[in-house]
Design a protein around this ligand. Structure first.
Ligand code: BGC
Length: 450
């Protein structure tokens, strides 16, 4: 009888003994305590104060109060049988001015979190940069100033020396395309800068920092596992018309190839004419120094995008055809639920022989969750996770080098410019009382990992 992998009930054994199962978070989205214990201002502290930047005027000053509740939240990770916890370090807690004096209280805080994970048998996975640049550095140009390579290297070295005796898995950066695109081109994320003149240097300096940060880690911690993460969406043209197909190729280069290819030693994608002005930021020797042989690449996938030619969109001449308009199932972010996206993404990145190993470091969905009789039943999220995982399994069984999966995210949290409205957690948070309720999806994950 012909077997169909889609029909196989999910079971963690199917992914193999060594498959890494985890949960992901980020400092700004959960910690709160934005000015506690000597922390300096970050670009998000400044951006959230500006009128009209965050939906409903929300800010992250308390968020899920993880800073104070880390023990009970890590207890929940334990209760859900999740063996790996990915979280990010806030640069301005460690170096309040971005460089120079180290804030010991910041180091102590992350030591408490790391030590508590280890005490409970949970492996800590650290992201060094999840978008919260110290404001003092932004005042000197932030990602548009090439000096950021030195600033970032200094920060990475402080973290490696402080935590490297216990932390074995490191991610240099989270989704550079989002923080440069949304923060330095569209102006919809911190620091709110716009235009190509900010975007191009930010791209190149981020690429330089990914490699410089990784080299710093490897120099100090030769035995640790070093990766970095990229967002990626499966891209398809709206029609078979040559101009839609060409538009899809450009968007794919922008969203899926722009950052990873230079790091793999392939240079910037030639299809992107938007990069025409990039040359002036690339100094001799740069394209060699941006190469780094990562132990793993973290891929983060939520959806697919359908692309059509658009004469009026500057630089890229392409636009996304909204999922809502296409009448397909969507999440609370308006993103299409399209499980095969994660399969195609794994197949796509499998074509790069330079990539040794892939972990899916984020995957998840926001839905409108409600508390009924003290319970939160979220069947759509359970179905989403099951279907995406089936596709991961299919890719793995076809030989793709995928060796881990981290759900985004532990608790509902501060979803950047969208505020607290989209709920991505497998644990519900009442933001008034900070009460946590494990959703059905959390119970489902606990069952899978039992
Ligand atoms: C980011 C997270 C974010 C999630 C959902 C990823 O792009 O790394 O910080 O909350 O997607 O939007």
């Amino acid at each position: 009888m012909k077997s169909n992998i889609q029909d196989t009930p999910l079971n963690k054994q199917l992914f193999g003994e060594d498959f890494i199962w985890g949960i992901s978070t980020a400092a700004v989205q959960i910690e709160g305590a934005h000015d506690a214990d000597g922390k300096g201002e970050s670009i998000w502290d400044v951006f959230t104060q500006k009128k009209g930047k965050i939906l409903n005027g929300h800010h992250h000053h308390i968020a899920t109060d993880f800073y104070n509740r880390y023990q009970s939240d890590i207890d929940l990770i334990k209760q859900l049988n999740i063996p790996n916890f990915r979280f990010s370090i806030s640069w301005s807690r460690i170096l309040p001015d971005g460089t120079g004096e180290v804030n010991q209280a910041g180091i102590d805080y992350y030591n408490r979190v790391i030590n508590y994970c280890i005490e409970l048998g949970i492996e800590p996975w650290l992201t060094l940069y999840h978008w919260d640049l110290p404001h003092a550095l932004e005042q000197q140009g932030g990602w548009t100033n090439r000096a950021i390579v030195d600033w970032f290297t200094e920060y990475v070295a402080v973290c490696a020396n402080a935590f490297g005796d216990r932390v074995k898995h490191w991610m240099v950066m989270n989704e550079p395309s989002v923080f440069t695109g949304a923060g330095y081109f569209l102006g919809i994320h911190a620091p709110g800068r716009k235009g190509i003149k900010n975007f191009l240097p930010a791209i190149h300096h981020a690429v330089l920092c990914i490699a410089a940060g990784a080299r710093t880690l490897r120099g100090i911690l030769p035995d640790s596992e070093i990766g970095t993460t990229f967002s990626c969406s499966y891209i398809e043209p709206y029609s078979a018309k040559p101009r839609d197909v060409a538009a899809a190729i450009r968007v794919d280069a922008l969203l899926n190839r722009l950052f990873i290819e230079p790091i793999l030693g392939l240079g910037y994608p030639a299809e992107l004419t938007v990069l025409a002005g990039m040359d002036k930021y690339i100094l001799p020797g740069d394209m060699d120094s941006v190469k780094f042989d990562f132990d793993f690449i973290g891929l983060q996938n939520y959806t697919r995008e359908i692309v059509e030619h658009s004469f009026f969109t500057p630089y890229i001449h392409a636009s996304l055809v909204k999922a809502e308009k296409r009448k397909v199932p969507i999440t609370a972010m308006g993103w299409e639920v399209y499980p095969a996206s994660i399969y195609h993404i794994l197949k796509k990145y499998d074509l790069y022989p330079q990539i040794r190993k892939v972990y899916l470091t984020e995957s998840g969905a926001a839905f409108k969750d409600e508390v009924v009789d003290d319970l939160v039943d979220d069947p759509k999220r359970v179905e989403y996770l099951q279907q995406y995982l089936q596709q991961v399994l299919k890719a793995k069984n076809e030989g793709c080098k995928v060796e881990g999966y981290f759900i985004w995210t532990l608790t509902d949290n501060f979803e950047w410019a969208e505020g607290y409205h989209p709920r991505f957690g497998i644990i519900y948070v009442d933001f008034e009382t900070q009460q946590r309720i494990i959703k059905s999806s959390g119970l489902w994950y606990a069952g899978l990992l039992r």
